[in-house]
Write a protein that binds this ligand. Structure first.
Ligand code: AMP
Length: 930
């Protein structure tokens, strides 16, 4: 805003003159005065009346002028000035030419920055502020007091902050005030809102600063280029603070331009607490695979199902169960008598147990799936499209009483056996095919703390219980059990065996072979067995290195010293308890050069550790047998003690078998077992009890010869990772150890035989872990309850029978190693004897890995089951073969599993075992039945 023109100043001047000047090449009108030689100059030049905009109380005055140097006037320097003054006078109206000096107030003295020297006439520009104006207008006046000055221009202006739009608010043009910041209120633009009045500040310099309280587009509008524009169709903006319109969420649709929300598409709903901006969801589909399992004893039905394939896109799935009972054609709701565990509605798990059902009725159970929008959907108008509010599957169930065992009868009595039978009611109804009886018995007068229960699972109502003690009273209990769960009422009775007269041996497959031994009293130390044929031979006996006062003497007695220079270590092949195990070469004078294994003692050992380390050599050095690892010698006279043994190329047996799962024919496996049994017979002959016989402690060479290794005094205690501390403080590899050795540390060759049975199982199962993932505690409990490992797949029946013999509770009845050697020899001589394969007999089963989901619930799908046994890669094979429910899977035979393309023996085995386990799931464990 400039008030300026060349005439502006022409109205009133005293001694000032108007002239056209040429300055620095340009033409200017100027008002000038130059009375430098005269005293007391007071020459005024006044502007016309300058109308003031009411709000412009502060104006700027910009002057362009030229001042001459007083020194350029000879003799005038006394009176000559180089400054002039600026005055102002306010008025409400133009006073014309009336001029009264006294009405003017001095604003400032103006001095040039540069003055004119010689011919140079620099133009000065100075700006001064005139503030605090309040009347309608004002005059400016310039007072010359004796300078030589020419004013070229006067610009009078004020500053404004221009009209603007900031943050969707518009602010008017505002004159910059005399305060640093003046507050300016604005208004939100169209379709924008703000909580408080939008505000901004205008500075003295006409700049907008510090906007506060912004405007935002209202719902349905978004800001595009500082304007609130409607959301496009299919987009919405629900809240003021959101910036942009968003795409309508899943299962919703827009209504047109400017949507603040997107309503659900028909058939989809929002639950009450769903955000109105979120997606809508549908109703769940029907629950799948609804199955009812009866638990006969308790009037209980277990309903299980799988979640619906379509959850409506929600996670808040619940289920409710309806029960209807039908007596003939008349059906009605089950009513309140029936109990549901955990509840009949609001179920989050896919199972419910229904109890207090009556017998002989047809029950129909309906399971409905609900989700968060079920309520909203049923509120919606009946004309609303969409699926029904519930989906259901129905299963019917004929619920019957479990048969009850009513009486037990003694059919035959002998010194070591009793034949029993029992009567079942109701008789008229044939018990289901899957019906079995659990017969539990124990000696009547056993000390209760020490009672041994024997449990047999039978599919007949009679049994001959053998292996009993003569003239002893036994307590028997029979309980019916079904596939669906535990059984009905049990009955208990006691019967006594006859006094010993003529001993009857149990009619076991291997009995004829071993019974001979039973009647002989054994000779020699308790801890080892002697075969009758060898009894007369004087036997070399193993000497415990501990019997030597100085264990170093023992080492030297049984092992030859090797100079370390004769040993070359080549490669680490394993880690022993005391240090690394190397493969190397032994080049000692007088010996054939050859590969050896070198066990080292790691530095920092104590004397005790050194002795323990070398004790293995003291023991090994006493043995010389094809199937015992051979000691080559020891290094004891040098700092780094070493034990040098023959080198076994194929390493530990368990790993070797796992690496060759299914590749080795049975006869060869039996051959390996024969070797091990030979080594064990040798050890037992020497009265050496190994205590840690396990496939991991058998080494295999290139000829697949198996040799027993891992001797040494501390090994069971320290070395074996399988070792578990027992209550008595010792460390015992539970799953390989006989019960009496676990219970009261009775380690004998008979307990080694038990371990050999486990090794047999490991070998026939290609290195499978005995008892799979059962805990040590579960293993001990199971063994104590007469449960035994089932036959490995494709295991010759005779071999499995031998295992079972090795695992007889009573250690005296177990075969001895010489018996085992001769039986295995016999089997190897007539390979046909290996052709009969032991059954996967469900009566001889054991709880298997992953018989149910991790929470104990049944598997909901075949793929879930396969995943749990890490066999997911076969999901497609099962699906393609139409095996889509667990029910179907349970009926698969080994042949079927092979046929759908599971070829690898290990996998086949894993799957078959798991199915076996699933079948027997309800009885959890079962029994080695005689
Ligand atoms: P050990 O301390 O005896 O259990 O040995 C540890 C590991 O070293 C074994 O599991 C084998 O893998 C390996 N090893 C020990 N002795 C021999 C041997 N004589 N020949 C080959 N490997 C052996």
């Amino acid at each position: 805003h400039i008030y300026t023109n060349r005439q502006l100043l022409s109205i009133l001047f005293l001694y000032w003159e108007v002239a056209q000047k040429t300055l620095n090449g340009s033409q200017f009108y100027s008002y000038s005065v130059c009375n430098v030689g005269e005293r007391e100059q007071d020459n005024w030049l006044r502007t016309t009346f300058i109308q003031r905009r009411p709000s412009a109380s502060r104006v700027m005055v910009e002057l362009q002028f030229v001042v001459r140097d007083c020194n350029s006037f000879d003799g005038a320097s006394l009176t000559c000035k180089e400054t002039f003054n600026m005055y102002t006078s306010e008025a409400d109206a133009d006073v014309g030419t009336t001029f009264r000096k006294g009405q003017f107030k001095k604003v400032t003295t103006i001095a040039p920055d540069e003055i004119t020297r010689k011919n140079l006439q620099p133009v000065n520009t100075e700006t001064r502020v005139v503030d605090g104006l309040s009347l309608k207008g004002f005059y400016l006046a310039f007072q010359d007091i004796g300078a030589c000055v020419a004013i070229l221009s006067v610009r009078v202006y004020y500053k404004t902050c221009p009209a603007t739009v900031k943050s969707l608010a518009s602010f008017p043009e505002t004159v910059a005030g005399s305060q640093a910041l003046s507050k300016v209120d604005g208004v939100c633009m169209e379709n924008a809102v703000s909580e408080k009045v939008p505000r901004i500040y205008c500075t003295m310099d006409g700049e907008w600063v510090v906007p506060v309280s912004q405007c935002q587009c209202k719902p349905g509008y978004e800001e595009i280029k500082e304007v609130c524009q409607e959301c496009q169709p299919g987009y919405f903006k629900a809240a003021v603070p959101s910036e942009k319109c968003e795409l309508c969420p899943a299962n919703t649709q827009g209504t047109g331009y400017g949507d603040a929300a997107c309503p659900c598409t028909p058939g989809f709903y929002r639950a009450e607490d769903d955000p109105p901006t979120g997606p809508c969801s549908g109703l769940p589909g029907a629950p799948q695979d609804l199955q009812a399992t009866t638990q006969l004893s308790s009037g209980r039905v277990l309903l299980t199902w799988s979640p619906p394939g379509d959850t409506g896109g929600r996670a808040d799935l619940t289920y409710s169960v309806e029960c209807r009972r039908c007596d003939g054609a008349a059906c009605q709701a089950c009513g309140e008598k029936v109990r549901y565990e955990p509840a009949s509605t609001g179920l989050t798990e896919t199972r419910v147990s229904v109890s207090q059902l009556d017998a002989h009725l047809n029950y129909t159970f309906t399971v409905n799936a609900h989700n968060g929008v079920s309520a909203a959907a049923s509120k919606a108008s009946p004309r609303a499209h969409g699926p029904p509010s519930t989906a259901a599957l129905t299963t019917s169930l004929q619920y019957t009483d479990p048969p009850t065992v009513t009486s037990m009868r003694l059919d035959e009595r002998k010194p070591t056996s009793l034949s029993l039978s029992w009567v079942v009611t109701p008789r008229h109804r044939a018990p289901p095919r899957s019906f079995r009886y659990e017969l539990t018995y124990r000696k009547k007068d056993d000390n209760l703390n020490m009672t041994t229960y024997t449990v047999l699972v039978l599919d007949r109502t009679s049994v001959r219980v053998s292996d009993l003690a003569p003239a002893t009273t036994y307590l028997f209990r029979v309980q019916p059990i079904t596939e669906g769960g535990a059984g009905g009422a049990s009955i208990e009775d006691e019967f006594k065996t006859l006094a010993d007269g003529n001993t009857n041996f149990p009619a076991l497959v291997l009995c004829s072979l071993f019974s001979r031994r039973n009647s002989h009293s054994r000779q020699g130390p308790e801890d080892a067995y002697f075969s009758t044929s060898e009894q007369l031979k004087p036997l070399k006996t193993y000497v415990d290195p501990h019997t030597y006062e100085d264990p170093n003497t023992a080492v030297l007695k049984f092992a030859s010293e090797i100079h370390p220079n004769h040993i070359t270590k080549q490669k680490v092949i394993g880690a022993g308890e005391f240090g690394e195990v190397f493969r190397g070469i032994l080049r000692a004078p007088g010996r054939t050069e050859g590969p050896v294994a070198i066990k080292t003692l790691k530095p920092g050992y104590s004397e005790k550790q050194r002795q323990d380390f070398l004790s293995e050599a003291s023991i090994m050095g006493q043995f010389s047998h094809q199937n015992i690892i051979r000691l080559e010698g020891v290094v004891t006279k040098f700092k780094h003690a070493m034990i040098v043994t023959e080198y076994m190329e194929n390493g530990a047996l368990d790993k070797y078998l796992r690496d060759h799962d299914g590749e080795i024919p049975s006869i060869q496996l039996v051959g390996m077992l024969r070797g091990i049994s030979g080594g064990m017979k040798y050890l037992s002959d020497m009265s050496y009890v190994h205590r840690d016989l396990a496939a991991r402690n058998i080494l295999v060479n290139t000829n697949l010869e198996c040799k027993v290794s891992d001797f040494g005094l501390s090994r069971v205690l320290e070395d074996d990772p399988e070792g578990t501390y027992t209550t008595s403080g010792g460390k015992i590899p539970i799953r390989w150890t006989a019960p009496e050795a676990i219970a009261y540390r009775k380690f004998t060759s008979a307990s080694d035989v038990w371990s050999f049975g486990i090794v047999m199982w490991e070998v026939m199962a290609f290195g499978e872990r005995p008892y799979w993932d059962m805990s040590n505690h579960e293993v001990m409990k199971a063994i104590n309850e007469a449960f035994r490992l089932p036959a490995p797949m494709d295991c010759p029946s005779a071999v499995y029978q031998l295992m079972l013999q090795c695992w007889l509770q009573e250690r005296a009845k177990r075969p001895r190693f010489p018996d085992i050697v001769s039986l295995l020899d016999k089997l190897l001589r007539s390979p046909d004897s290996l052709k009969t394969i032991a059954d996967f007999d469900p009566r001889v089963s054991i709880r298997l890995p992953s018989t149910s989901g991790s929470d104990g619930s049944p598997f909901r799908s075949v793929s879930e089951w396969l995943e749990s046994i890490k066999m997911s890669q076969y999901s497609e094979n099962f699906a393609c073969a139409g095996m889509v429910t667990m029910e179907q899977v349970l009926h698969m035979r080994n042949e079927d599993i092979k046929n759908i393309g599971v070829r690898l023996p290990g996998h086949l085995k894993r799957i078959a075992y798991s199915i076996l386990g699933l079948k027997d799931q309800t009885s959890t464990l079962s029994v080695f039945a005689m």
